[in-house]
Design a protein around this ligand. Structure first.
Ligand SMILES: *Cc1c(COP(=O)(O)O)cnc(C)c1O
Length: 446
């Protein structure tokens, strides 16, 4: 008779122990309900007055001079790329293990994407790999603060400075996070981030671009905010284009999102505090389990803020070679079927799209469109051994939104139980065929 619920044993949690409210996100209050109805009833969805207020408050909170609302995080990141001057023939360096929107916009600007590797300890950009991928054409680096954890900004900024490379931060997973006491999104020349429903700062579809550089700000407005061009360019400056957005894009945020964002800003710090308390309690509770390693920032005054898609390292060797897929299934079977998942994002450098696909019909691959003839785009990235294997070595953890120790205790017990009886899984061990997903939110704890 097996102990583990996956093999017919009694689970730690019964189905009705499960509390959806422990994971539900975002938390909606009356002020949010009223704010979004006010926008609808005033027919003010496509204005910019509320979005501008949201920008001012967001910039104040995040500590940058400018914040510019966008309709998606993807748009905010592409605008940041255009803002810093990324263009034809330039290379953008980005980590391979991230969501596609961190880098794909570069192709539409005529630039190329070169991927670098990550640090196996924390899944963040490996500064040495970043430096090794620099060429004379490297114009910018996209630094993703991945899975709520800050990237190692000190060496990254030093390398970028040495080589004259623009730095863009993707803060989609880490709104409100800090690296050595300084807020994420304030290190680079620009930052972009998603504020869509699955992220920790969730307002619906939406994105925010941040910068301290007035020229980046102006360029981003000219790129995709036609109705605001005359606010930042003199008439003679835009005479040639009138107020056509030069990117051919309309990036304006829906004001229901902006109104929700203003309310979200007021309560987000308190929510982050409670999530942190809950997650810290969980990790204190499983600290003694060998083979399960929490991924916490190793620097002073650094944090995981909203804990979006937080992952831990899973060491199959410590569990007789049992894959993270099987281990995660065993954990979920103890916890009403939810809470843990194997792997993270699909490593983008393994997608042939970034080397071979002809998007626009130029008759040659878009990825290397404007590079010197004969350039081997694949070779610019090369092998990225950590990125290629990270999916079998990490696992997503339950994302508790409330500090309720008795409830979290059941998950702590489940981790201890599966670790203790893991040998029962040897006969049903599934190979790690899972190659990561395109989006983390589709698999997050429900
Ligand atoms: C979600 C996400 C984006 C894109 O944001 P959207 O709002 O979905 O367009 C960009 N980068 C990362 C790392 C993301 O997770």
């Amino acid at each position: 008779m097996s102990h583990l619920a996956l093999l017919g044993g009694t689970p730690v949690m019964k189905a009705d122990d499960y509390k959806a409210r422990m994971f539900h996100w975002p938390i909606v209050n009356d002020a949010m309900r009223k704010a979004q109805l006010d926008v609808l009833e005033a027919g003010n969805m496509s204005g910019t007055d509320i979005s501008k207020r949201f920008e001012q408050e967001f910039a104040k909170w995040n500590g940058t001079k400018y914040a510019l609302t966008h309709n998606t995080g993807t748009a905010s990141l592409t605008a940041a790329m255009y803002g810093v001057g990324l263009g034809p023939g330039d290379e953008l360096i980005c980590t391979s293990v991230t969501y596609w929107a961190s880098c794909t916009g570069a192709l539409s600007l005529g630039a190329s994407v070169v991927f670098c590797d990550i640090d196996p300890e924390n899944s963040q950009m490996d500064p040495a790999s970043f430096e090794a991928h620099i060429t004379p054409r490297t114009k910018a680096v996209m630094v993703v603060h991945y899975e709520a954890h800050p990237a190692d900004m000190d060496p990254i900024m030093a390398i970028a400075k040495k080589h004259g490379i623009k730095v863009i931060e993707d803060v989609s997973h880490a709104q409100g996070g800090h690296y050595k006491g300084r807020m994420l999104g304030t290190f680079g020349d620009a930052a972009g981030m998603s504020l869509m429903s699955g992220k920790s700062f969730a307002i619906g579809e939406g994105g925010m671009m941040l910068t301290n550089d007035p020229e980046v700000y102006r360029r981003a407005i000219r790129f995709g905010h036609y109705d605001r061009i005359s606010e930042v360019y003199a008439k003679e400056e835009y005479a040639a284009t009138n107020i056509v957005p030069v990117g051919g894009l309309k990036n304006r945020m829906h004001q229901v999102s902006a109104a929700i964002g203003l309310e979200q800003l007021k309560k987000y710090p308190a929510e982050v505090e409670e999530i942190t308390k809950a997650m810290t309690y969980f990790w204190d509770g499983v600290a003694d389990v060998k083979g399960i390693h929490k991924i916490f920032p190793k620097w002073e005054n650094s944090d995981k803020a909203g804990w979006y898609a937080s992952h831990f390292r899973y060491d199959p060797e410590a569990f007789g070679g049992i894959s993270n897929v099987t281990f995660a299934k065993a954990l979920c079977a103890e916890c009403a079927g939810k809470g843990f998942y194997a792997g993270c994002n699909f490593p983008l450098h393994l997608s042939s799209f970034f080397y071979d696909f002809d998007v626009y019909g130029h008759g040659r691959p878009t990825a290397g469109l404007n590079l010197p003839p004969g350039t081997d785009v694949r070779a610019l990235t090369g092998e990225l051994p950590v990125s290629a294997h990270i999916n079998s070595l990490v696992m997503g953890e339950p994302w508790f939104k409330h500090y309720e120790p008795e409830y979290i205790d059941m998950y702590i017990e489940a981790v201890h139980k599966v670790a203790e009886y893991h040998t029962e899984l040897l006969d049903s061990n599934e190979a790690q065929e899972f190659q990561g997903g395109m989006a983390l939110t589709h698999r997050k704890t429900k």
